[in-house]
Design a protein around this ligand. Structure first.
Ligand code: DC
Length: 224
């Protein structure tokens, strides 16, 4: 098959990122983390001293003038803004704290959606994950999934990731931030987080990563 686009949408901590990367490996597809792109714009804005919550004009200008580029040779792909590798900044707390405001800006979304659609044309065998991949960016995707999990499980998963990265964690605080981010992501006017009508919804709360992977792999193979 020349083209196989699999979309994976869902809230923070639903397991999307870990699942998307491994699913891509199992199926021999490439992997696109679109949250990294919103984080990349946020990291650049902060580096330039822009107040992302109150200076939307400058954030949008920055997104328009600083195209993002992935290095597809790296696994997972590394993200560059112009010549600067911003990958290691993407999970820092200030970036995580500002990214919902950046992702709510229609001007930023216009730019990134177009960049993602171009990536889809250049890399047509792709597992792509985010919030709007099945609904807005690739409405004609071959297989669409929507992963969900309850907030407590999602907070525990995010805490485990941070611990692994050597960060100190407060699970209750993370849960609160996740709920705030869900609220912002699903109530924003442009491309809110929704489960596309034609997506397969999977609740991963009680599933291991391997179980989710087995299920998704089976369903993709069945569908194509
Ligand atoms: O998946 P993540 O935590 O890296 O996403 C970071 C932020 O970007 C989060 O607030 C949701 C937003 N996002 C989005 O609005 N659309 C996407 N396609 C991907 C992420």
């Amino acid at each position: 098959m020349d083209r196989l686009i699999v979309t994976l949408d869902g809230p923070a901590g639903s397991g999307k990122s870990s699942v998307a990367r491994r699913l891509a490996q199992r199926l021999g597809l490439e992997f696109l983390d679109t949250g990294a792109m919103y984080r990349g714009v946020t990291a650049m804005a902060l580096q330039r001293g822009i107040d992302v919550a109150h200076e939307p004009f400058y954030v949008v200008e920055l997104a328009r003038n600083c195209p993002l580029r992935f290095d597809w040779e790296a696994d997972p792909p590394r993200l560059y803004v112009r010549d600067q590798d911003v990958t290691d900044r993407l999970r820092d707390p200030d970036v995580t704290g500002g990214v919902s405001d950046v992702a709510a800006l229609p001007g930023v979304r216009d730019v990134l959606v177009r960049e993602q659609q171009q990536i889809g044309r250049d890399h047509p065998r792709l597992v792509t994950e985010g919030r709007d991949q099945g609904s807005v960016v690739f409405p004609d995707a071959d297989v669409k999934f929507y992963l969900d999990a309850n907030a407590t499980v999602r907070a525990q998963r995010r805490a485990a990731q941070l611990r692994e990265a050597g960060r100190s964690v407060d699970v209750a605080q993370i849960r609160k931030q996740i709920l705030q981010r869900d609220q912002k992501d699903s109530s924003r006017a442009t491309a809110p987080l929704i489960c596309p009508e034609d997506a397969q919804r999977i609740d991963t709360s009680d599933m291991t990563l391997d179980a989710v992977l087995d299920e998704l792999e089976r369903r993709v193979r069945e569908a194509v």
